[in-house]
Ligand binder design. Structure first.
Ligand code: ADP
Length: 541
């Protein structure tokens, strides 16, 4: 017997029409080199409708890939809806990729047009001639003074919009499994791999960002996504915020801690999100800003140091809201909201719970598997194994089968490349990335745990631990440490501090003081760069 309910597609046009119809009065605020711009969702919606016509006028094919090379702005949000609502596929290009990777992904996705912020033209233009399928470059003038090349391929965003009639009907995408957007993994090994989101996956994922034990996005929220819109769709925040009817504040090109802190304060932002490095940078500014409107600082992308979360709790009464995911998981897979079983816990125990990545959100299934046998392991918080994920917004394969099936199990689960233990409540504790574990004498040392302990030292600004090959033990840890300005610290002092906090055999064999931990294109610690830097390093015997 079949259910007798209406079979309506779960597709992004609903997100657009809902926002246009009900939330036209809500605000979109964007910082740009020309100053701050405030507009309404109603004005934005008309522009989305014009942009739909522009995509037709430019001859972008029915499911053509629409590249964006943009900061977080209201204009980018226009593209976020106009492309998928007209059946095209939004392809957010990572503005920090190396030129050869940028060329690779644009060609691999066969982008037909690229929309670029004027301030980013100097980054994109040098590779334009290598973009094989791109016919048009549309410049969004954000008030930067970068020179606009006179070239027949170059068009002006505002001119195109002004000349286009707003699309008058209702957007419709009937096949919910059609592609809506794509995003390439940043490719720490090999070529970046294309993850293709469907309308259905994007809609379901947005719905989850509205649930109370995830981000709980609500109409009365004012949301500022610091996480880039080219990084896994800014963690689903833009679509979620439109669906809920939130005000949105966009940082534009100026991502400095001072600029972010000032926007958070001035606009009484309630929910924000970004990788730990952003919040580490903002930490010294907390005392000078009134951030009392904030109710959630979503933090993920790499492990959230316990000390960082605690520093925020002490300074502004609000710890980080820890979440875990990957480009392949849309990305929200787990969120570490407080639970009833934490109620009787001490502040210290709760801080430990917050340092965990959290519980799988509804419809995401997780398991840990023995790396050698593939056998599922128990959720006892002791056993750790490879974290695997399944669910309606988890990738089933990569675009054009690239990267092979190696990252998927025979029964179709995604192998995340992360190693985790899970407690009996299903709270995940990420031990490390498989490739970052330090394999010492047949045992694992978690670089993440070690970094957490090092970063708990008051003189340490940031720290990364990498494995150095070792004749006897296979690998041993090297700590790369950045000392806070004006502080001093010696290797012996640090080791003395660590001694009571970690197992003896975990103590780093050496400590190197560096100026900064190198970062990836999305602001995570780049251990790959550190490993290259310390290639051939000889540990004291
Ligand atoms: P990249 O592989 O380039 O970092 P992603 O942004 O997709 O691209 O990163 C996903 C990975 O980031 C995860 O597999 C995990 O290793 C790491 N990660 C994400 N969130 C967290 C978190 N909260 N704690 C620890 N690691 C995290």
């Amino acid at each position: 017997m079949l259910g007798l309910m209406q079979d309506r597609p779960l597709s992004l046009p609903h997100v657009f029409h809902r926002a246009e119809r009900m939330f036209g009065h809500k605000r979109l605020i964007t910082a740009s080199p020309a100053g701050e711009r405030e507009t309404t969702v109603a004005e934005w919606a008309v522009r989305v409708r014009r942009l739909a016509t522009v995509l037709d006028d430019l001859g972008v094919s029915a499911d053509g890939r629409v590249g964006t090379f943009c900061w977080n702005t209201d204009r980018h949000l226009e593209l976020y809806l106009a492309a998928p609502c007209t059946g095209r596929v939004l392809h957010t290009l990572n503005i920090r990729l190396f030129p050869e990777q940028l060329v690779y992904v644009a060609n691999h996705a066969e982008d037909e047009v690229v929309f670029v912020d004027r301030s980013l033209l100097p980054v994109l233009w040098p590779v334009v001639d290598q973009l094989e399928t791109v016919r048009t470059i549309v410049v969004i003038d954000d008030g930067a003074d970068a020179e606009i090349p006179s070239d027949p391929r170059v068009r002006d965003y505002e001119e195109l919009l002004a000349a286009a009639e707003p699309f008058a009907g209702r957007f419709s995408v009937e096949d919910e499994n059609a592609a809506a957007a794509m995003c390439y993994t940043s490719g720490t090994t090999g070529n970046p791999k294309g993850v293709v989101y469907s309308h259905r996956s994007a809609v379901l994922h947005s719905m989850v960002t509205l649930t109370a034990d995830a981000f709980g996005l609500a109409e009365r929220d004012v949301v500022l996504p610091v996480v880039p819109m080219f990084h896994a769709n800014a963690w689903g925040i833009p679509y979620g915020a439109l669906l809920a009817g939130c005000d949105l504040v966009f940082p534009g090109p100026n991502m400095s801690p001072a600029a972010i802190a000032s926007q958070l304060e001035r606009h009484r932002v309630t929910v924000t999100g970004g990788v730990p490095t952003i919040w580490m940078g903002m930490r010294p500014l907390l005392a000078d800003h009134d951030l009392s409107a904030l109710r959630a600082i979503i933090c993920g992308g790499s492990a959230v140091p316990r000390a960082l979360s605690e520093a925020y709790r002490e300074a502004i009464g609000l710890p980080m809201l820890h979440a875990w995911g990957m480009t392949e998981t849309s990305p929200i897979a787990t969120v570490s909201t407080p639970r009833s079983h934490h109620a009787g816990w001490t502040e210290d125990q709760r801080a430990d719970a917050r340092a965990r990545q959290g519980q799988a959100v509804p419809f995401v299934e997780l398991r840990i598997a023995d790396p050698d046998t593939g056998e599922e392991m128990p959720w006892d918080d002791e056993a750790s194994g490879e974290l695997q994920a399944a669910g309606p917004w988890i990738a089933a394969e990569y675009y054009r089968g690239e990267g092979g099936g190696a990252q998927f199990t025979a029964d179709g689960w995604l192998k995340t490349g992360d190693v985790a233990a899970v407690d009996r409540w299903g709270f995940v504790r990420l031990v490390d990335r498989t490739k970052d574990l330090v394999k010492s004498g047949g045992e694992w040392i978690s670089s993440v745990d070690l970094e957490n302990e090092i970063m708990a030292h008051p003189a340490v600004a940031e720290a990364a631990v990498i494995a150095i090959p070792h004749e006897k033990w296979t690998e041993r840890p090297l700590a790369c440490v950045v000392v806070k300005p004006g502080e001093s610290l010696t290797a012996d002092e640090l080791l003395e501090f660590l001694a009571p906090r970690v197992a003896k055999w975990w103590l780093p064999d050496a400590v190197e003081f560096i100026d900064e931990v190198p970062k990836t294109s999305v602001g995570k610690f780049s251990k790959k760069t550190l490993r290259e830097k310390f290639d051939g390093y000889s540990l004291p015997s």
